[in-house]
Design a protein around this ligand. Structure first.
Ligand code: XIL
Length: 381
């Protein structure tokens, strides 16, 4: 039996991981980033005003990064046959000004992927977070006009496509556009400046531009909690059904799959995949992790727990059950890729989120890069 994760699933789906740009940097670049972070953090602390009623924020000081090759890099190179940038392909990190692009991050990941014979996805073209501030401004202290913003967005998508269209197998065209409040398109009141300025047809337009820019890539609409809550699942279903009726070139729904040790049951994941397949679409799992915390209420997150053997075994069983479900839908030609959102527990985005000061343990490798029981169990599937 092979000890390589992706090889174990090669007859079913590609197994990918989100790669933090930090692991691809050299020591000098990492030190520069650390200094920048320290400065941001000091600024943040200076300006921080606690909101009445919000839980107390426990500051976690940025720490210097390890030197030399990090274990995550070796695991990324050997265990996965698909990669995606955890942050480096988001607009805010690339689009510096009206005609200013910084492709350092995406280029670095593409080079890594090529060296290791891996495919690469793009995350993401449009999102209500991590967009550059300037793009929504008219340059005179007011909001950009609809025409201005459309022009800027189209220029961005075309420029990215021009550079990467032959290297990217699938693109998260629009990320997290369904609202958790009413399960329709997230609007300006729910933090989408894209909707606010461009209006409700911005998603359709973005997909048409993406099709022009990436004619050979699969085009994905990506969101969270689709497997968790029926309301949101149906909201996405209805929205995408409308897109298809309007002839919009969406071909895949991305389930982020940030799930936890209890929820949702596998039966809900099955329902979700079947529902979207009934639209004739493919499904991929874009950002999987299994949190140790159930966090029913984000305002009052669960207290820190021990990641003891009992937890690790429970998590292993849960990973195995969910991957087993993925295998069944892969066999039917519905499910194409499964990506984890990170590699080791020391570098997961769930450390400090949603509970500042609390670590989590949602991935397949522990804080030292050692395989967890979940990894071993997946290799037995
Ligand atoms: C997260 C990254 O993991 C963090 O490093 C960053 O600070 C914030 O964004 N859903 C998404 C991802 O679509 O882009 C998010 O990534 C995690 C949730």
């Amino acid at each position: 039996m092979s000890k390589i994760l992706y090889e174990n699933f090669k007859d079913y789906f590609r197994v990918g991981a989100a790669i933090s740009g930090i692991i691809l940097m050299n020591d000098v670049e990492r030190e520069e980033l650390f200094q920048k972070r320290k400065a941001w953090f000091e600024e943040f602390k200076k300006n921080f005003k606690p909101q009445p009623g919000m839980p107390e924020f426990k500051f976690t000081e940025p720490e210097p990064f390890p030197k030399g090759d990090m274990i995550e890099k070796q695991l990324a190179a050997t265990q996965f046959n698909l990669v995606v940038a955890e942050n480096e392909c988001k607009m805010g990190n690339i689009y510096r000004g009206p005609d200013q692009f910084d492709f350092t991050g995406p280029d670095r990941l593409l080079k890594f992927a090529r060296e290791n014979n891996q495919d690469m996805r793009w995350h993401t073209l449009v999102w209500h977070q991590q967009s550059p501030k300037w793009i929504f401004d008219d340059g005179n202290g007011g909001k950009a006009s609809k025409e201005q913003l459309e022009e800027r967005l189209k220029h961005y998508i075309m420029t990215v496509g021009e550079r990467y269209k032959n290297d990217i197998c699938s693109v998260d065209v629009v990320n997290e556009c369904i609202s958790d409040k009413n399960f329709v398109l997230r609007d300006g009141a729910d933090r989408s400046q894209w909707f606010d300025i461009l209006g409700p047809d911005y998603v359709d337009k973005t997909f048409f531009w993406a099709k022009e820019a990436f004619p050979n890539s699969s085009l994905v609409i990506n969101d969270y909690n689709l497997e968790m809550f029926e309301g949101k699942r149906m909201g996405m279903y209805n929205f995408v059904k409308g897109m298809l009726e309007r002839g919009v070139p969406v071909d895949t729904i991305g389930l982020q799959m940030h799930i936890n040790i209890q929820n949702p049951p596998v039966s809900e994941i099955e329902k979700t995949i079947e529902l979207y397949a009934s639209l004739g679409l493919k499904v991929i799992v874009t950002e999987m992790d299994i949190s140790a915390y159930v966090d029913k209420d984000f305002e009052h997150p669960d207290p820190r727990r021990e990641y003891d053997q009992a937890f690790l075994n429970e998590q292993a069983d849960r990973y195995a059950q969910v991957f087993d479900c993925f295998k069944r839908y892969a066999k039917q030609g519905i499910l194409k890729d499964v990506l984890l959102w990170g590699i080791t527990d020391r570098m997961t985005w769930k450390n400090n989120f949603p509970a500042p000061g609390r670590t989590d343990a949602p991935l397949l490798f522990d804080t030292e890069g050692k395989p967890k029981p979940a990894f071993d169990k997946l290799l037995e599937l």
